[in-house]
Design a protein around this ligand. Structure first.
Ligand code: NAD
Length: 265
C-alpha cells in the first residue's frame, strides 16, 4: 500500500531507541523527511546514521538533541525545526515512561513531573506546529500512550492518570482541527519488546520473588497472541495512522497489544 507521505516533514520524539526509533525508521522507509529527537545528541545522530545506511533511497533524516522534560529545550527544538524546515506535516509524540509508583504513594513532585513530561510537552509542540498544518490544510498528530488509559496498570499511577488526561485533551483537539484535514490519534502499546519493557519486567520480578521464567510464562498467558509485540509491528500501525491513507481516522485510540486489553472497545 502506498501511504502517500513521501516528502512529508515528520518529527518523531523519543526516537533514539524502542518504539520511537522504530516509528522513525518506518516513516523514513515510506519516504518521509524524518526528524528524530532525543536527549543525547551523539546517540540520536548515531541512530540517524544507522537508518541512512539501511535505506539507500531516503537520506533526508535529521537528528536533534532535545530533553522533552525541559521547557527551554522544547522551545529550542521548535525554533530549529521552524528555521530549517518551516514547520511539520506529521508530529509523533513519544517520550520515556514515568517512574513507577502506587497511586497512594505518588508524591506531588512525581505528579508534577509526570504532567510536564507527558502533557505539557504535547500541548506545547501541538501549539507550535498546528498553525502551519492548518495553513497547509493537512496534518497528522499521533501520540504514543499506553493500555493504561483503558485499564489502569497497578504500579504505573502517573501513566494511568496523566495519559488519560492527554487522551482526553487530544480527543477534544481532534474535533477542533478535523475541518483542516488534520487528524489527531493516540496509539497505545500493550507489551512491545523494548528496553523500557524489559526494565519494568525486571523490577516486577524483583518485587514478586518469581524467577524470570515463571514471571514471563504468567505474563505471556495474559496476551492472547502469546508473545510480546515487536517494535516494527507497532511502527507499521503508527506509520499508517500518520499517512494520507488514514485520512478518516481521528480522535481514536488504536491499541497495538496482541489482544491484551480485556475491554471490548
Ligand atoms: P524506551 O524507554 O525504550 O524509549 C523511550 C525513548 O524516549 C528513548 O529514545 C529515550 O531516549 C527517549 N526519552 C526518554 N526521556 C526523554 C526526554 N526527557 N526527552 C526526550 N527523549 C526522551 O520506551 P518504549 O518502550 O519505546 O516506549 C515508548 C513509550 O511508550 C514510553 O512512554 C512508554 O512508557 C510507553 N509504553 C511502552 C510500552 C511497551 O510495551 N514498550 C507499553 C506501554 C507504554
Amino acid at each position: 500500500m502506498e501511504l502517500g507521505i513521501k516528502g512529508k516533514r515528520a518529527l518523531v520524539l523519543g526516537a533514539s531507541r524502542g518504539i520511537g526509533n522504530a516509528i522513525a525508521r518506518e516513516l523514513a522507509k515510506e519516504g518521509a523527511k524524518v526528524m528524530m529527537a532525543a536527549r543525547t545528541e551523539s546517540r540520536i545522530l548515531a541512530e540517524v546514521q544507522a537508518i541512512k545506511q539501511e535505506l539507500s533511497e531516503n537520506k533526508e533524516i535529521y537528528g536533534f538533541a532535545c530533553d522533552l522534560d525541559l521547557a527551554e529545550s522544547r522551545k529550542a527544538l521548535i525554533k530549529q525545526i521552524e528555521e530549517r524546515f518551516g514547520g511539520l506535516d506529521i508530529l509523533v509524540h513519544n517520550t520515556g515512561g514515568p517512574s513507577p509508583s502506587f497511586t497512594s504513594e505518588t508524591s506531588q513532585e512525581q505528579w508534577q513531573t509526570g504532567f510536564d513530561k507527558l502533557f505539557q510537552s504535547v500541548t506545547e509542540l501541538n501549539q507550535a506546529f498546528l498553525p502551519g498544518m492548518k495553513t497547509n490544510n493537512w496534518g497528522r498528530i499521533l501520540c504514543v500512550t499506553s493500555l493504561s488509559v483503558l485499564e489502569p496498570i497497578k504500579t504505573l499511577a502517573v501513566s494511568n492518570a496523566i495519559r488519560s488526561a492527554v487522551t482526553s485533551m487530544l480527543k477534544s483537539l481532534a474535533d477542533e482541527v478535523a475541518p483542516f484535514n488534520i487528524t489527531v490519534n493516540c496509539i497505545a502499546p500493550g507489551a512491545i519488546s523494548t528496553e523500557r519493557l524489559n526494565e519494568l519486567m525486571e523490577a516486577r520480578i524483583k518485587r514478586s520473588g518469581q524467577t524470570r521464567e515463571e514471571y514471563e510464562k504468567e505474563y505471556l498467558e495474559s496476551i492472547p497472541a502469546g508473545r510480546l509485540g515487536r517494535p516494527e509491528e507497532f511502527a507499521a500501525a503508527a506509520a499508517f495512522l500518520s499517512s494520507e491513507r488514514a485520512s478518516y481516522i481521528t480522535g481514536s485510540t488504536i491499541c497495538v497489544d496482541g489482544g491484551k486489553r480485556r475491554s471490548t472497545y
